[in-house]
Design a protein around this ligand. Structure first.
Ligand code: ZN
Length: 126
């Protein structure tokens, strides 16, 4: 369910991102997995497995995610998929604050890609 939130967040109108469902013929380059660890403060973890078919792995911690409201779950999901799409963390505070799903230092950050995120993604992928 979290993966749908992530995919939906990045499938905004005008987005060139097409997240194909897994099938026998698709290359499995993004994998989602749920786990449950109440002792782990992270709600979502992204990692990249280098190699011939570099695979992105996004793991959602159900023990944390299930305590969040829908907007917060979307926020975490959009952030982790942002990593898989190649975006790094943005930071800044006060007047330098960046409106971005990639700004986890903010207590609340947007739950869908902002204009900044979309521009950064375009810069990476054309
Ligand atoms: Zn992050």
């Amino acid at each position: 369910m979290y993966r749908e939130d992530a995919n939906r967040a990045w499938s905004y109108s005008g987005s060139k991102i097409k997240i194909a469902p897994d099938s026998a013929t698709t290359v499995n380059d993004l994998h989602y997995e749920d786990f449950s660890d109440p002792g782990n403060a992270a709600a979502g973890v992204w990692s990249r497995h280098p190699g011939t078919a570099a695979t992105d792995l996004i793991r959602f911690n159900k023990a944390r995610m299930d305590t969040f409201d829908a907007a917060t779950r979307r926020m975490v999901a959009a952030h982790e998929l942002g990593h898989a799409l190649g975006l790094c963390h943005k930071s800044g505070s006060g007047r330098n604050a960046v409106q971005s799903v990639m700004w986890p230092e903010a207590a609340r950050y947007p739950d869908a890609p902002t204009d900044v995120d979309k521009a950064n993604h375009r810069r990476l992928w054309g």
